[in-house]
Ligand binder design. Structure first.
Ligand code: PLP
Length: 425
C-alpha cells in the first residue's frame, strides 16, 4: 500500500503516525492517503497516455460509489478527473465537491424520474441507458426541460469478469446491459427521438477483474457493435469502456498490466475514432485507505482465540459480503511478542461479523491498534448503522496535513428523522 510505511516500529500514513490519528479522531475510523490517490490516478493516466496519441487522451470518470466523501471527490476533481455517478445522491455529492455537469456521467441502473430531472438540470455529459423505459423517460423529461440529452447504451457482452460472483456484471444472467440486437433496436429508436442524441455504447463487466484477458473480448464486442451501428449510418462518437481495474488485497492477487491494458485500448478502441471514457473506482482509492481499529480484548474458547476489534461488519462489509481477505496488521510492532492465530471479529451479533479466520499475527492485547488494509474502496461507502453503531469518522492525510473529513456520528445522529407516533406516546 503506497502512502503507508513503518517508521521506528510505528505504522505511519504519509508523515503522520497512526496512533496520533486514533487519538485525534477515535476508533474505528477510516484513514486515507491523498498522495496514494494521486499516484494511482497518475499511473493510470500515464499508462494510457503512453499508448494513445496526445489528442486522444481518455476521460477518466471516477466511479464514486467506491468512496464518495466530498473531500476525496474534490481531490480527484483537482487532478482533472470526471465523475461517474449512480444516484441523485452521488450527483449531489459531485456537484458539492466542485464537479461541473459536463464532466459527470450517469450509469445508474433503474434511474428514477427525480434523478433524471436532477441530472438534466445539472447538464451532465451523458446518460448510460439500461432499459427502454429509461430512454423514454430521459427523452420525456429532456423535452419538458427544453434540452437534448446525450445517451449511451450499455452492452452486456456475456463475458465473465469480476473477482467474486457478487461483483461480476457482464454475463447474460446479470441485470446489467443489453444484447447487441437490443442495443441496435434502442439506438434506432433513439435516433428518431427529438430530445435524446444517441452517441455511443458502454460496457462494464465487473470489479476487481484480475483475469485481465476478460477486458479484451468485451472491447472486441464493443468494436463489433460500433461497426454494425455505423453500417446503418447510426453515429457512434463515444465509448465508455468501464472500470473494474484491480488492486492487490493479498500479495498473491494478480494485477492488471496497465501497459498491456492501454495497448488493447490503442489496438481495439482507438481505430474506431471515438472519444474514450473509463470509470475506475477501486483502483484509485482502494489501497489509499485503511480502517483503523482498536483491540477490545482477546476471547479464548476451547479451540480458538478471538481477537475482538471495535470495528465490525457494519463499518467494512467486504469480508462478509464478498469473502474478501484484507491485510490486518498491528500499528505498533512488538518484536518481543509471540505469534498467535486469531479469528479477527467485530462486536456485532452475527457469526458473519468476521474479518479473518485463523489469521497469524503477533500477540495482540487490549488497547492495541490495528490497521485493516485496502479499505479505501467500498469501505465507508457501504457502511451501515446495523446494531445501531454510529458511522466511523473519516480522516484524510496529505503529507503533514491531517483533517477529519467526516466526523463520527453521534447517538443523536442515529435517531435523527425518527419519530414515535402520537398514539404511542
Ligand atoms: C458501471 C460501473 N462503472 C464502474 C464501476 C467501478 O468499478 P471498480 O471500482 O471496480 O473500478 C462500477 C462498480 O460497480 C460500475 O458498476
Amino acid at each position: 500500500m503506497t502512502g503507508y510505511q513503518e517508521k521506528q516500529g510505528i505504522l505511519h500514513v504519509e508523515n503522520v503516525p497512526l496512533p496520533k490519528i486514533a487519538q485525534m479522531a477515535g476508533t474505528p475510523c477510516y484513514v486515507y492517503s491523498a498522495s496514494s490517490i494521486r499516484s494511482q490516478f497518475s499511473a493510470l493516466k500515464a499508462a494510457l497516455e503512453k499508448a494513445l496519441p496526445e489528442n486522444r487522451a481518455p476521460l477518466l470518470c471516477y466511479a464514486c460509489k467506491a468512496n464518495s466523501n466530498i473531500a476525496i471527490l474534490r481531490l480527484l476533481q483537482t487532478l482533472g478527473s470526471g465523475l461517474e455517478i449512480v444516484s441523485e445522491g452521488e450527483l449531489f455529492r459531485g456537484l458539492e465537491a466542485g464537479f461541473r455537469g459536463e464532466h459527470i456521467i450517469s450509469t445508474s441502473f433503474g434511474k428514477n424520474p427525480q434523478e433524471i430531472q436532477a441530472c438534466l438540470e445539472a447538464e451532465i455529459l451523458q446518460f448510460n441507458i439500461e432499459a427502454w423505459i429509461e430512454l423514454e423517460q430521459v427523452n420525456q423529461f429532456a423535452a419538458m426541460a427544453g434540452k437534448t440529452a446525450d445517451v449511451l447504451f450499455r452492452l452486456n457482452p456475456d463475458i465473465s469478469g469480476g473477482g467474486h460472483s457478487k461483483i461480476s456484471t457482464g454475463r447474460k444472467e446479470h441485470k446489467f446491459g443489453n444484447s447487441e440486437a437490443k442495443i441496435i433496436e434502442m439506438y434506432r429508436r433513439a435516433a428518431g427521438m427529438r430530445h435524446v442524441r444517441p452517441v455511443g455504447i458502454s460496457v462494464h463487466i465487473g470489479s476487481q477483474v484480475t483475469t485481465v484477458e476478460s477486458f479484451r473480448p468485451a472491447y472486441e464486442a464493443l468494436a463489433n457493435l460500433v461497426k454494425k451501428l455505423r453500417s446503418e449510418k447510426l453515429p457512434v462518437e463515444r465509448l465508455d469502456i468501464g472500470g473494474g481495474f484491480p488492486i492487490a488485497y493479498e500479495k498473491k492477487n494478480a494485477l492488471l498490466d496497465l501497459d498491456a491494458f492501454a495497448q488493447w485500448v490503442a489496438d481495439i478502441i482507438l481505430p474506431l475514432n471515438v472519444d474514450i471514457q473509463l470509470e475506475p473506482g477501486r483502483y484509485l482509492v482502494g489501497n489509499a485507505g485503511i480502517l483503523l481499529t482498536e483491540t477490545l480484548y482477546v476471547k479464548e474458547t476451547d479451540d480458538r482465540k478471538f481477537l475482538v476489534l471495535d470495528a465490525a461488519m457494519n463499518d467494512l462489509i467486504r469480508p462478509a459480503l464478498y469473502e474478501a481477505n484484507h491485510g490486518i496488521r498491528p500499528v505498533v510492532t512488538h518484536a518481543d511478542r509471540p505469534a498467535q492465530k486469531y479469528d479477527v471479529v467485530g462486536p456485532i451479533c452475527e457469526s458473519g461479523d468476521i474479518f479473518a479466520s485463523q489469521r497469524e499475527m503477533t500477540e495482540m492485547r487490549k488497547g492495541d491498534l490495528i490497521a485493516i488494509e485496502s479499505a479505501g474502496a467500498y469501505g465507508f461507502s457501504m457502511a451501515s448503522n446495523y446494531n445501531s453503531r454510529p458511522f466511523p469518522a473519516e480522516v484524510l492525510v496529505d503529507g503533514d496535513h491531517v483533517a477529519v473529513i467526516r466526523k463520527r456520528q453521534s447517538l443523536q445522529d442515529l435517531i435523527r428523522g425518527e419519530t414515535i407516533p402520537e398514539w404511542l406516546r
